[in-house]
Design a protein. Structure first.
Length: 216
């Protein structure tokens, strides 16, 4: 199906609409450094492997499974605050996907949504500041709710109507969207998932490098 055949388009943010994956990765590393470089790199690897999952879940995993027992350092709230501070500037300046406005012009009657693992309040602030919020008339949604929860809720509300397409850059995006009954396109140009070629062949999925390459 071409993008014009869908009743709703749903976008991940990081790595799809914004070139912000490396911003987030660097922020995880910086926030975790009080526990040492080894622990920080372990968090980064877990973050990259589990793209699309909220920062809340990632830092909870970090504290429960990576930080050595008895180690002294910042708690969950302090880690989240340090991460948010490190991310804020990067989100304000990172590149916006080429072709985004053109695709919006070609789908004027199709609701667009953001469904992201990023913090919902932060996303709405950044998108408003950058003038992108007007593109996403179906809403901008993020954590602490998971993508599964958001998709199920917006389907029930009728904000998402079928057939619907999710554009994402992670295996989690694929699982969450297809689990909710949406079609999926893997946008690989900015992904940090290095094995995307094998993944898209095995399932199989249609990969595109950029939003501008999505079939019209």
């Amino acid at each position: 199906m071409t993008v014009g055949s869908y009743s709703t388009l749903v976008f991940d943010c990081d790595g799809v609409v914004l070139d912000s994956n490396r911003v987030k990765t660097d922020a995880f590393r910086q926030a975790a450094l009080p526990y040492g470089a080894k622990a920080a790199e372990a968090l980064v690897q877990w973050h990259v492997t589990n793209g699309g999952i909220s920062r809340y879940k990632k830092f909870e995993y970090f504290l429960e499974h990576i930080v050595p027992q008895g180690a002294q350092g910042p708690g969950l709230d302090a880690l989240l605050a340090a991460y948010a501070a490190a991310v804020r500037e990067g989100l304000a300046t990172c590149a916006v996907a080429e072709g985004l406005h053109e695709l919006r012009a070609q789908t004027p009657d199709v609701p667009w949504l953001i469904v992201s693992g990023g913090d919902q309040a932060e996303l709405r602030e950044v998108f408003a500041a950058r003038g992108l919020d007007v593109l996403f008339d179906g809403g901008i949604f993020g954590s602490p709710d998971s993508k599964e929860v958001i998709l199920a809720r917006e389907l029930e509300r009728g904000t998402i109507t079928q057939p619907a397409l999710f554009l994402g850059d992670s295996t989690y995006d694929h699982r969450a969207s297809t689990g909710a009954g949406l079609d999926f396109i893997f946008v690989f140009g900015w992904t940090e998932y290095t094995d995307w070629q094998t993944y898209t062949k095995d399932h199989p999925l249609r990969p595109v490098q950029r939003i501008i390459d999505v079939p019209r």
